[in-house]
Design a protein around this ligand. Structure first.
Ligand SMILES: Cc1ncc(COP(=O)(O)O)c(C=O)c1O
Length: 371
């Protein structure tokens, strides 16, 4: 093997495999053990597992830090917040994934933390909120508005003020941006989405290159107990193997659908940082390698039409979540927890690997049948 460093497209395929020896499997076996004979480094099923380690090795190699996997994305975020002393001030996105906003509001209501919710696309607003904060929690691109935070500026400003930074990298994937390389302390993924890629498991991950923080987070996983299953970890690693090809197809389909819907007479606005006309395009281009496979659009005719459209598709599933091989869409405000800043008619689309003309013809027939 040459000294050439592997590209991310090769890391997703090759990382986290067993050592090469005669008759060793190419894939790690599924370890179903709650306990182990005494004397080894693992000892008990809540402390470690070969399937976690294999997946952690691969995600860690992509993000450039040591990684821990959890039972869900929310469990991973909860582990981070469990480390904060009571009364800590957190600056966080008001327009991110609604489940995270709810978690933070609940932590605030119970007196654990104080949250300053900000518009992460407004750099000055975030910077103004930093004094007195102990953690800046960013999500970019945001779910479901596809806003972009100026990650390089915000991370370096927070770090030079001694404030911890965590970035939810779920929408970008480790192939499009690596916040640890920009100075962030923690990168989080809902592994449920693009990393596993098949809408069949829930998992989360945290990566860091701070050894003391890693140990504290590992301790939180051990003693809060939000551990991932072995089979789920095995499936997530199997899914990760194809991340680069899934993303390549997903991104090209996304750009094409975003362009066609921008020209559709029933559509009032399309949000996708990959569109040259998008207000976030230039900023996103300055530090992202690609723009991801999720976009959203709004309808001139409002929520009723959006619901009718989503339930009229055949190839595209009317379902929540994102990052799988299959295209999904939904009106986000159908969820009561979604932020009121999200327009009522906004439909979020997670674009999969289907043929682009099949997707477009499904959208056209859905418009016909809904209207
Ligand atoms: C951006 C983002 N972060 C975190 C989560 C939570 O992840 P999970 O559902 O795996 O707990 C989600 C789920 O949709 C998400 O979209």
């Amino acid at each position: 093997m040459s000294d050439r460093e592997l590209s991310p497209e090769s890391i997703v395929v090759s990382s986290g495999r067993p050592p090469i020896e005669s008759d060793a499997g190419l894939n790690i076996d599924i370890s179903m053990n709650a306990t182990r004979h005494a004397g080894g480094p693992i000892g008990y099923g809540r402390y470690g597992n070969e399937n976690w380690t294999a997946l952690e090795t691969a995600i860690g190699a992509l993000e450039g830090g040591r990684t821990l996997v959890f039972s869900s994305g929310i469990a991973a975020i909860s582990a981070v917040y469990s480390l904060l002393p009571i009364g800590s001030v957190v600056t966080a996105s008001h327009q991110g994934y609604s489940g995270v906003t709810t978690l933070l509001k609940n932590l605030e209501a119970s007196g654990r933390i104080e949250v300053r919710f900000v518009d992460v696309a407004n750099t000055n607003e975030v910077l103004d909120s930093l004094p007195g904060s102990s953690l800046l929690w960013l999500e970019s691109p945001t779910n479901p508005m596809l806003d972009i935070a100026d990650l390089p500026t915000l991370i370096s400003s927070a770090k030079s003020a001694g404030i911890g930074v965590g970035v939810d990298n779920t929408f970008a994937t480790p192939l499009n941006q690596n916040p640890l390389s920009m100075g962030a302390d923690i990168v989080m993924h809902s592994v449920t989405k693009f990393i596993s890629g098949h809408s069949d498991i829930l998992m989360g991950s945290l990566s860091t290159n701070d050894p003391a923080l890693f140990t504290r987070l590992e301790d939180a996983r051990k003693f809060n107990g939000a551990i991932a299953g072995s089979f789920e970890s095995w499936l997530a690693l199997r899914g990760l193997r194809t991340l680069s090809v899934r993303l390549e197809r997903g991104e090209s389909n996304t750009l094409e659908l975003a362009k066609r819907l921008s020209a559709h007479p029933a559509v009032s606005r399309v949000r996708y940082p990959g569109l040259v006309s998008d207000p976030h395009h230039n900023l996103a281009k300055s530090f992202m390698k690609g723009f991801g496979a999720v976009f959203s659009f709004e309808l001139k005719d409002g929520a009723k039409m959006a619901d009718a459209l989503c339930s009229s598709s055949v190839l595209i599933s009317h379902a929540t979540s994102l990052g799988g091989v299959e295209t999904l869409w939904e009106r986000r405000r159908r969820w009561s927890g979604e932020s009121a800043s999200v327009p009522e008619s906004l439909i979020r689309v997670s674009v999969g690997c289907e043929n682009i003309e099949d997707l477009w013809s499904d959208i056209e027939q859905a418009f016909k049948n809904a209207g």
